[in-house]
Design a protein around this ligand. Structure first.
Ligand SMILES: *Cc1c(COP(=O)(O)O)cnc(C)c1O
Length: 359
C-alpha cells in the first residue's frame, strides 16, 4: 500500500512569514497598538465567564451587530469569519465551480491566487499600469470577454498602497456579470468604502477585517458584507462554528468602543503620514531613482533597484520590513520611535553607499 498526495497539493509549502526575534516588526501591516487598557476588563470577563464546553453562536449575532453599528450597515447583511482570509477561502471554494474563471490583478494580495488554485478555478491575472494604478476599462473588458464568474481585488491595495475611487469601483460593478469581491482590509484608513452600497447590487461582496486598523490580528476576526441573497448563501456554506466564542466576545468589546477605535485609526494614519514625509525627505537627500507611492493605507510602498540591499541591511539591524523580489519594499507604519528607527537606518544605508561610491 502506498498513499500519494494528489498533484494539486503535492508541491505546496506552508505560508512562511518572516519569523524571528526582530526588535522592530514593520513587515505584516499590523497595528502598532496592542489591546487598549479600556478593554482589558472586558477581555478578562469574557474569559472568566466563558462556557468552554458550549459551541459558539454560529451566526455571531452580537459581534455582527456591533460591527454593523460601527459602520452603519444592516446587521442582517453581515457574516463573521475567522479572519478575512477565511472569507476568501470560503468564497472561492463555494461561489466558484471548478474551471470557472476568476480575475485577479497584479500586483495584489497573494492569497487570492492561492485559494483560487485550491478551488480549481481558472485564474486570469490582469496587469496594472506601469504606475501601479488599475485600468478599469481593461478589467471590465477582460472579465466580460472571459465570461468571468468572479473578480477579486483589494482596495486600497496591499501591496501597492494605492486606492481606487468609489466611482471607478461602481463603474466596474455595474459593467460586469461577475461577482465582485472587494477586499476593503485597509479601507479604515481611507474614505472610499462601498459598504453603504452592498444592498443595491446583486454582485458585490465586501470583506473587512479586525487585523489592521483594529489591532486584532491575533484573534482572527473578519466580516463579509453583501446583499441578503449573497449573505444567506455565505452563511449556508461557511462552517457553522467558524468564529469562536472568545473572538466574538472580544470583537464585540472592541466595536463597543467606537470612539477609541476611530481615534486609533486616525493616529495610525498620522503615523503613516509621518513615515511618508520622512521617506520623501530621505529620497530627496539621496536620489537613487526610488519611487514612493501615494498611500491610502497603514504602510508605504517603494520601488527601488536597491530593494534587496536595503531589506538585508535593515534585517541585519533587527528591523523587519517586507521585500518583494520584483524590486519593491513595503514598510508598515509603526510607532513614532519605530518610524524614526527605520528612517535613521535607511539614512545610514544611503550614507554608507554614497561614501563607497565617491571613494
Ligand atoms: C491582511 C489582509 C487580509 C487578511 O486579513 P485577516 O482578517 O487577518 O485574515 C486580507 N486582505 C488583505 C488585502 C490584507 O492585506
Amino acid at each position: 500500500m502506498a498513499y500519494t498526495l494528489n498533484k494539486k497539493i503535492r508541491d505546496l509549502k506552508p505560508y512562511d512569514p518572516i519569523q524571528g526575534d526582530y526588535q522592530i516588526r514593520l513587515d505584516a501591516n499590523e497595528s502598532f497598538y496592542n489591546l487598549p487598557e479600556e478593554l482589558h476588563t472586558a477581555v478578562q470577563d469574557a474569559v472568566a465567564h466563558m462556557q468552554f464546553n458550549r459551541y459558539p453562536d454560529p451566526v455571531a449575532r452580537e459581534v455582527c451587530q456591533q460591527f454593523a453599528a460601527y459602520y452603519g450597515v444592516d446587521p442582517e447583511l453581515v457574516t463573521a469569519c475567522n479572519g478575512s482570509d477565511e472569507s476568501i477561502s470560503v468564497i472561492m471554494t463555494s461561489f466558484l465551480m471548478r474551471g470557472d474563471t476568476v480575475i485577479t490583478l497584479s500586483d495584489d494580495f497573494s492569497m487570492y491566487r492561492f485559494y483560487a488554485f485550491l478551488a480549481e478555478a481558472n485564474v486570469i491575472e490582469v496587469q496594472k499600469r506601469e504606475d501601479l494604478t488599475i485600468d478599469v476599462d481593461k478589467l471590465i473588458e477582460t472579465a466580460n470577454a472571459a465570461n468571468a464568474a468572479m473578480i477579486i481585488f483589494s482596495n486600497p491595495c496591499n501591496p501597492t498602497s494605492l486606492g481606487l475611487k468609489r466611482e471607478d469601483v461602481l463603474r466596474l460593478i455595474r459593467s460586469v456579470n461577475a461577482l465582485v469581491v472587494l477586499d476593503e482590509a485597509y479601507m479604515d484608513f481611507w474614505d472610499q468604502s462601498l459598504l453603504d452600497r452592498v444592498d443595491t447590487f446583486d454582485n458585490l461582496m465586501i470583506l473587512r477585517t479586525c487585523s489592521k486598523a483594529f489591532g486584532m490580528a491575533g484573534i482572527r476576526l473578519g466580516f463579509t458584507v453583501a446583499n441578503k441573497t449573497l449573505t444567506d448563501a455565505m452563511k449556508a456554506v461557511k462552517s457553522p462554528y467558524n468564529s469562536n466564542t472568545l473572538t466574538q466576545k472580544i470583537g464585540a468589546a472592541v466595536y463597543g468602543h467606537p470612539e477609541l477605535m476611530r481615534q486609533r485609526t486616525k493616529e495610525i494614519v498620522h503615523s503613516r503620514e509621518a513615515l511618508s514625509v520622512g521617506m520623501k525627505a530621505l529620497l530627496e537627500q539621496y536620489p537613487t531613482g526610488m519611487t514612493l507611492y501615494e498611500s491610502c493605507t497603514n504602510f508605504v510602498y517603494l520601488k527601488t533597484a536597491l530593494a534587496k540591499e536595503i531589506y538585508d541591511y535593515l534585517l541585519d539591524n533587527s528591523i523587519a520590513i517586507r521585500y518583494f523580489p520584483s524590486g519593491y519594499l513595503r514598510i508598515t507604519a509603526g510607532s513614532r520611535e519605530e518610524n524614526q528607527a527605520v528612517l535613521d537606518m535607511m539614512k545610514d544605508f544611503f550614507a554608507a553607499r554614497q561614501k563607497a561610491v565617491t571613494e
